[in-house]
Structures are given as structure tokens and as C-alpha cells.
Design a protein. Structure first.
Length: 632
């Protein structure tokens, strides 16, 4: 697929301006926060789930599974292959869904459903990540200051509350420190690993994948239980793809291959060697692997790293929500920009406070990171499977590989993803149901919004008069008073009469000299070039139609777009223009196009929809709102 020239030039300009080294450092801070904090709990949980003190062969087998999970899932699948599937430089579940829809050249409900599931599971991951990461870091105080053990949960909640509370002020200044802090963290991981590998050099045998396969084939259900914990080492791999639009493919690849990946591999090998030397250290393996003098500084550094990991998924949730709104999967929510120069730095209050409530409830319910780790993984494996399935569509129809070749290439990854999912499903009774419940609820909201919007649109088309017929009827009418000026009507169905126009005509009995029907559409690409922004159509001397096209990462700005009208030959003066906006109130019919419970949910979601005037950036002093009841 060809990259949008505007997106490509923006990406290239950003890299050139900051420099490749600076951009790569930035990606280390943002992209790798989640996967970078996995050594805090992944190795420990994997070894503890053996159920007894693991033997040398079992430790080497588990470390082999960890090593090859990083190499195969992260390096081969994401860094080498999936990062190539960029949608005009953007990545992530919804971006890949849009790319697949574009490759098919027609809407597909299956692709839409996959995109919804992938996005919903990300929200589950976004709530679990801050909870398990911060708890696992603060629990290091048990090793350095045992007297603080009763305060682990309060300290963790305090950190979480502060983290979410500062989101409204923007993360630009704080983000400057993310890269250097995470760079120090990864250097520390590598040094800790190197410090112990020499104590038990037999751990290097874990590089041979045969040891991992032996462990899985010889331990039955225990092997699958351990595999669910091994998967914790690759949580955050989706961030490589989701954050591609912020840093570009090359910096993310360089950061992983040259710095992050080697540091993680060294640390897991070192932890394995330390476990061979001192099996009694397993409950606090990571922190006990550090010299005693370095443990408290390591706890503080780990806490900073987990805060950064939490920040990464919070901003990811904001970006995902904006994409979902633009693609019509969620109602309009209030979006605040926290930077005057960086368009991508946004804050969505509703999402922020709902996530905070979810994270705090998780910490209060589970109390420790080991219990939380049991709930972790299912959401991420589900997202990975969705990515693999959507990749087949993109490879087959977008890259023209053909369906057979695409299936052959992706099937090995699907097998690994499915194995991880099966292993994590064993945790359902221990809290693994939580991300599924969260994901199912988000999917329900998306399906309800899409279905309700479609039902209302179809009903409007059936019951309303076509715009062309209305214009013909008005051409010779003398019962309507013509007034000077321009009236603009926002509508999602430009082929029929906007309800605001009908109500204005019915109650005021006037029609403006110039009437413009304005429709905002979202493309299956993140950005739309200015040359393709507007489509203008003159229907009659007094009626015209304008379609404004935006990418799913862009936010509509009606006034800025309409300035282009002068270039298209239409005289446009804001001060002589009135914008008519319909505000609909939904009533449920006895027989509706959707079940009553779903209709009630759609009605509730509509009430939370952000005001169209602010969302489309319409001048407040030039707006007339006309309310109407709509029967669903």
C-alpha cells in the first residue's frame, strides 16, 4: 500500500528535525515502557507456577521459552513483519482494521468486528498494565524496607491517582524524561543480567529452543500454566505497532534490535542463572538479584519505569478512543488538546476517570501483583490474534500476496498466539475473566452505537424527502419567504433533507438565498491531504452540497475547511452565515429496529455525546440549534 505523501512528509520532517538518535531514544521511553517492565514479574511468575522448586533443566527450559517468545513474537512477527503494515504511517488495531477495509475496497462486517474486538481488548490491557506494573515495582519495598509491607497497596494507589490526575495538564514536559529514564532502566537490566550469567554459564543453553520444547512436551498441564506466565514477557509488543505513527518504523526497529531486545534477553538469562544459584530467591527474584546496596535505588527506578509504562497505555487509550470516535464506533466525547504544537497530545476526561476507577478497583481487589498477573495476558493474546487475522487480509488483498501465501506466512504466528491464549485461559478462575468482561462490555457499547446509528439513518432515508425533489418543489414556491445570507446545515445523510432545514422551514417559514448541505466523512486512512479535503457540488442556484473528508486521526474544523470555499469559487463570509445544527432527542418505539435494552443503552450513550458545536468547531455566535424528537 502506498503511503499518503502528506503523512510521509510529516514523518520524515519529524525524524529529520529531531534526529534519528533522539527519535529512537523517545521510542525507548514511550513504546517500550510496558514490555520493558515485564522482567519485574514474568520470570518470577513463570518459575513459581511449576508448583515446586524447579530443577536445573526446568529453569533452563523456562528461560528458553522466554528467550524464544521475545525472538519469535516480538522480533519476527512485530518488528520484521507487522511494522510493514502501516496505514499512511500509522499502526494499531483500528488502523489495521481501516487498512484491511481499504484493501477489500468494500465494507466488511467481519473486519469491522475484528477491529472492535482488538480495540476493546486493548482497553482491558490498558487498565491492567498500570495496576500490575506499579504494584510489582512498589512490592520491591518488601525486600529493602519490610516494615512498609502493610503500606504497599496505599502507596500504589497514591501513585496511580497522581498519575491520572496530572493527565489534564499534558504530558509533553514529562515525556522529555521518559527516554533517558527508560534508557537507564534497560542498561540496569542488562548489567543485572551480565552480573549473574557468569555464575551459572549453563543458562546459555536456553538459547537452544529444544529446551523450551522439552519443557512444554514433558510437563502436561503445568507446561501450559507456565506458558501463560511466560507470555507476560511479550505484553506490550502491540505497542510497537500501535505507536508507529508517533516515531516511525525505523526508530522503533533500531531501538529494539540494538538496545531494548538485547537488554531484556540478558536480564532473563541473568535471572535464570541467579535462580540456578539461589532457588530460595524465587518469590522476589528480580530485586534480590541486585546487590544489597542497589536494591532501594532499583525499587525507585522500577517505580519510575512502571509509571512510564502506565503513561504509555493511558495515552494509547486516548488515541484509540479518538480513532474509534472518528470511525463511528463510539459517540463523540470531549477531547482536549494539551499542547499548542503537538496535535497528538490529547486528553479525554471521560476515558481518563473511568480508567482510574478501574485501576484502583483492581488494586483493591487483588492486593498483590502475583494475583493480578493471573488476570493479565488474555486481553493481549486476544489483540495479537486479531492483529494476525487482519494481517492476512492486508497481505492478501493490500499487498497482493494472494490468500494462500498470506495464510501460510501468518499461520505459524497464529499457532503461537493461540497457544498463548489457551495457556492464559487456564487463568479464567483466578481473575482472567476480568479483561474478557471489560472487552465484552466495550464491544457491546461499540455494536450498540454502530447499530443504533445505522437504524436511525435507514429510518431517516425511508421517511424523508429526497433533497433533489425538495429543491424542485421549492423552485417555484411563493409560500416561503426568502431571506438574504447563507445557511449551512450539518447532516450525515446529504441525499435527503436535513431535519434542521425542515424544522426551520416549518416554524420560521423562511429559506435563505444560499443553502449549503455539509457532510463530514471519515476516510480509512489517518490523514487526508488538503487537496482532497473538500468536494463541492452546486445543485441549484440556491442549493449546494459540500463533503468534508477527514482521516481517522484528524479532528474536524469546519471553519478552517470552509475557508477553501473561496478557492473553489464560492463566496463565503462567516459573519453572514448561519449554521443550523439539529439536536435530537431519542424516543423508543414499541417496535424498534433493535431490542429494547439495546435501545435504552443507545439512548443513554447519545446523552453523553459531546456537543456538535464544539466538536466541529463552529463559531458559537453563528449557530442556531433546532431540537427534534427521533423515534428509534
Amino acid at each position: 500500500m502506498r503511503k499518503n505523501p502528506a503523512a510521509r512528509s510529516r514523518s520524515a520532517a519529524a525524524v529529520h528535525k529531531k534526529g534519528l538518535a533522539a527519535t529512537t531514544l523517545g521510542s525507548i521511553g514511550i513504546v517500550y515502557g510496558d514490555i520493558g517492565t515485564s522482567p519485574l514479574y514474568a520470570m518470577k511468575e513463570s518459575l513459581l507456577h511449576v508448583g515446586h522448586t524447579p530443577s536445573e533443566a526446568e529453569i533452563i527450559g523456562i528461560v528458553s521459552l522466554l528467550v524464544w517468545s521475545l525472538l519469535f513474537v516480538v522480533t519476527v512477527k512485530y518488528v520484521v513483519l507487522i511494522l510493514r503494515a502501516d496505514n499512511d504511517g500509522e499502526g494499531g488495531a483500528l488502523s489495521l482494521m481501516a487498512l484491511a477495509q481499504k484493501a477489500l475496497r468494500r465494507p466488511s462486517r467481519v473486519v469491522l468486528a475484528l477491529g472492535m474486538v482488538g480495540a476493546a481488548l486493548f482497553y482491558g490491557d490498558a487498565i491492567l498494565t498500570p495496576a500490575v506494573s506499579v504494584l510489582s515495582a512498589v512490592e520491591g519495598l518488601k525486600v529493602t524496607l519490610p516494615s512498609l509491607d502493610p503500606f504497599i497497596v496505599p502507596i500504589s494507589i497514591t501513585i496511580i491517582v497522581v498519575l491520572y490526575a496530572v493527565q489534564s495538564s499534558g504530558t509533553g514536559r514529562v515525556a522529555v524524561f521518559f527516554g533517558p529514564v527508560m534508557a537507564i532502566w534497560f542498561v540496569s537490566l542488562a548489567l543485572l543480567g551480565l552480573m549473574h550469567i557468569g555464575d551459572a554459564p549453563q543458562i546459555l543453553a536456553a538459547i537452544n529452543p529444544v529446551h523450551g520444547l522439552w519443557f512444554m512436551s514433558s510437563h502436561g498441564i503445568i507446561g501450559f500454566t507456565v506458558l501463560g506466565s511466560v507470555f507476560l514477557s511479550v505484553t506490550g509488543a502491540e505497542a510497537l505497532y500501535a505507536d508507529m505513527g508517533h516515531f516511525g518504523r525505523r526508530p522503533i526497529r533500531l531501538a529494539w534490535l540494538g538496545f531494548v531486545g538485547p537488554a531484556l534477553l540478558l536480564n532473563y538469562l541473568g535471572q535464570g542463572a541467579f535462580a540456578l544459584m539461589d532457588p530460595s530467591a524465587l518469590p522476589n527474584l528480580f530485586f534480590l538479584s541486585a546487590p544489597e546496596w542497589a536494591r532501594l535505588p532499583l525499587v525507585l527506578l522500577a517505580t519510575a519505569a512502571t509509571i512510564i509504562a502506565g503513561q504509555a497505555v493511558i495515552t494509547g487509550a486516548f488515541s484509540l478512543t479518538r480513532q474509534a470516535i472518528q470511525l463511528g464506533l463510539l459517540p463523540r466525547l470531549q477531547i482536549e488538546h494539551t499542547s499548542e504544537t503537538e496535535h497528538g497530545q490529547i486528553y479525554i476526561p471521560t476515558v481518563n476517570w473511568l480508567m482510574l476507577a478501574g485501576v484502583v478497583m483492581l488494586i483493591l481487589y487483588f492486593q498483590d501483583s502475583s494475583s493480578l498477573a493471573a488476570a493479565y495476558g488474555i486481553a493481549v493474546t486476544g489483540t495479537m490474534i486479531v492483529t494476525s487475522l487482519l494481517a492476512i487480509v492486508v497481505f492478501a488483498y493490500g499487498w497482493k500476496w494472494g490468500l494462500s501465501l498470506s495464510i501460510i506466512v501468518v499461520t505459524p504466528f497464529l499457532i503461537i498466539d493461540t497457544a498463548f491464549l489457551a495457556a492464559n485461559l487456564l487463568k479464567l478462575g483466578d481473575g482472567g475473566y476480568l479483561p474478557l468482561v471489560i472487552g465484552a462490555f466495550i464491544v457491546l457499547l461499540m455494536v450498540t452505537w454502530v447499530r443504533g446509528t445505522r437504524v436511525l439513518t435507514e429510518k431517516a432515508r425511508r421517511e424523508s424527502l429526497p433533497l433533489d425533489t425538495f429543491i424542485q418543489n421549492m423552485a417555484g414556491s411563493t409560500s416561503v419567504t426568502r431571506v438574504p445570507g447563507t445557511a449551512m446545515y450539518l447532516t450525515g445523510t446529504p441525499e435527503i433533507i436535513p431535519s434542521a432545514l425542515l424544522h426551520n422551514l416549518k416554524h420560521n417559514r423562511v429559506l435563505h438565498d444560499s443553502n449549503v448541505i455539509v457532510t463530514v466523512k471519515t476516510a480509512n486512512s489517518p490523514f487526508v491531504q488538503d487537496a482532497d479535503r473538500m468536494v463541492y457540488e452546486a445543485i441549484s442556484p440556491s442549493f449546494s452540497r459540500i463533503t468534508l473528508n477527514y482521516g481517522f486521526l484528524e479532528e474536524p474544523d469546519l471553519i478552517k475547511a470552509l475557508v477553501q470555499l473561496k478557492e473553489l469559487g464560492m463566496k463565503f463570509d462567516v459573519m453572514s452565515t448561519t449554521f443550523f445544527v439539529g439536536r435530537r432527542s431519542i424516543r423508543l418505539a414499541e417496535r424498534s429496529g433493535m431490542p429494547r435494552w439495546q435501545g435504552l443503552l443507545f439512548k443513554k450513550m447519545s446523552r453523553f455525546s459531546y456537543d456538535a458545536i464544539d466538536y466541529f468547531r463552529i463559531p458559537v455566535n453563528r449557530v442556531v440549534e433546532l431540537g427534534t424528537y427521533v423515534t428509534l
